[in-house]
Design a protein. Structure first.
Length: 121
């Protein structure tokens, strides 16, 4: 019996040398914050992952998310990240950009990435 090839979109993030964080979508779900993070590779491959953040405060949640995303693997930058809040309305989804939380995410990501790089040396 022949083996089936795995689909291309299920490749691990660590297989490529250059990934970047493209967008982060935040949503309040019950009493906590849920985040969908979109990654783009240097080969224009897109992947997303969902995170359930253990904090209810948005600043702490985004800082935690930046740490976790930086520690994931070969994600090189989050400089051009776009962070948005998603709010459900009855018939449409509304997205709002949050520049303050983008800055918190980038700072936490860069700090954690420096720690990862220093451990690899």
């Amino acid at each position: 019996m022949a083996r089936r090839a795995k689909p291309q979109f299920n490749r691990d993030l660590r297989r490529f040398s250059s990934w970047q964080v493209d967008q982060v979508f935040l949503r309040r779900d019950g009493g906590r914050i849920q985040a969908n993070v979109w990654f783009v590779s240097s080969e224009n491959e897109v992947r997303n992952e969902r995170f359930f953040v253990p904090h209810t405060d948005p600043v702490e949640a985004v800082a935690w998310l930046g740490d976790v995303v930086a520690a994931k693997g070969k994600i090189g930058t989050a400089f051009d990240v776009r962070l948005r809040w998603a709010s459900d309305e009855q018939f449409q989804t509304k997205l709002e950009d949050d520049q303050t939380l983008e800055d918190v995410f980038i700072d936490a990501f860069e700090t954690a990435l420096e720690d990862v790089r220093s451990r690899m040396r």
